[in-house]
Design a protein around this ligand. Structure first.
Ligand SMILES: O=P(O)(O)OC[C@H]1O[C@H](OP(=O)(O)OP(=O)(O)O)[C@H](O)[C@@H]1O
Ligand code: HPA
Length: 183
């Protein structure tokens, strides 16, 4: 279990975004190509780990939460909410300020209502800025977060509540090392 993920992560090419050591991987970038077997491996592990009891919706962030969310939505039959990087101006839309290790921007949440029970999934948690921003928007709406799972965690970020991860990695200029695998 998770062999494809571990092997491909440790073979990730590296680049720099300012001072940030950025690894390039099919799950986090869709580059160079995302194999169905890898998506299946990730989807099966997440379904096993997540507490899906009574959950109404899966929440993901554009862009690199989308393929993971679609995989889980097809496996669980739960609807998908995509937090977008552009506004739609619909009633109830919540704007969120996102800060990552290498960027800042706005995200916009639609489609979650007060009392909804959701799970959040994403490709990677690094500084935790994206996850904290989404959690604060869901809290503002009055939705309940049943569980959170990311594919990859890098660093020891605090997002204000426990969350699950499939693998934990250490990243340096020379590459990615998987330091823990959860299944
Ligand atoms: O823990 P953090 O420091 O917030 O980093 C994690 C976030 O960074 C990436 O998103 P990004 O905004 O770069 O957009 P992308 O999904 O379009 O690559 C990634 O998909 C996570 O959502
Ligand atoms: O190092 C990274 N690689 C890909 N996506 C990311 N999102 C946050 N950090 C990274």
């Amino acid at each position: 279990m998770l062999e494809r993920l571990v092997e491909s992560l440790e073979a990730s090419p590296m680049t720099k975004r300012g001072d940030y050591n950025y690894f390039i991987h099919p799950i986090t970038d869709g580059v160079p190509i995302c194999e169905p077997a890898l998506l299946r491996e990730v989807g099966c592990a997440m379904v096993r780990m997540l507490d899906l009891e009574g959950v109404d919706k899966i929440v993901v962030a554009e862009a690199m939460g989308i393929h993971i969310g679609v995989t889980l939505s097809l496996m669980t039959d739960l609807p998908l909410v995509i937090v977008r990087k552009r506004p739609y101006g619909l009633p109830g839309e919540v704007a969120i300020h996102q800060t990552t290790g290498y960027s800042k921007g706005e995200l916009y949440l639609n489609g979650v209502s007060e009392g909804d029970r959701v799970v959040i999934v994403d490709d990677v948690c690094s500084t935790g800025g994206t996850m904290r921003a989404i959690l604060s928007a869901l809290d503002q709406i009055g939705a309940e977060v049943a569980d959170i799972c990311v594919v990859i965690t890098r660093g020891d970020e605090d997002i204000g509540r426990p969350f699950k991860t499939l693998v934990k990695v250490a990243v340096s200029e020379s590459g990615v090392r998987v330091v823990d695998t959860y299944r």
